[in-house]
Design a protein around this ligand. Sequence first.
Ligand code: TYD
Length: 138
Amino acid sequence: MTEPIRTFKILGDERGSLVALETGKEIPFDIKRVYYIFDTQQGVARGFHAHKELQQILVSVSGSCKVSLDNGKGSREVYELNSPDKGLYIGPGSWREMFDFSPDCVLMVIASMLYEEDDYIRDYSRFVEYVNNGKDSI
Ligand code: TYD
């Protein structure tokens, strides 16, 4: 498995820092959509779904949060995003939960597809079925 945490190059000079993300370089897919999650209330957890096709890179451009990724086959890993030069790649078939948002967290999500509700799997047992028994099982 490829390491899901990516470290981006910081292009800095005496004025400060800058990170550039380009399709085909830091982002391994064509970028179709960018959105960001902010002002998340204390104690709130988000996500609780997987995608059939969507690929994403998550970057906490301010503050921090945690993301757990579950492959539906017994592996669950928690990643902390706490720096604008760190990105988490999430491919298809990965159940994600985001939690422990700091009040100043701005979580930017770079996505490979436009918003499409049909691409979501929002039921955990259907997700486990999907990754273990194939696309036609749900
Ligand atoms: P959802 O993907 O469930 O968010 P999270 O994973 O953070 O819990 O989306 C929450 C709501 O926002 C849902 O009603 C769909 C809507 N939405 C859009 O309209 N466009 C988008 O690009 C996204 C990501 C969500």
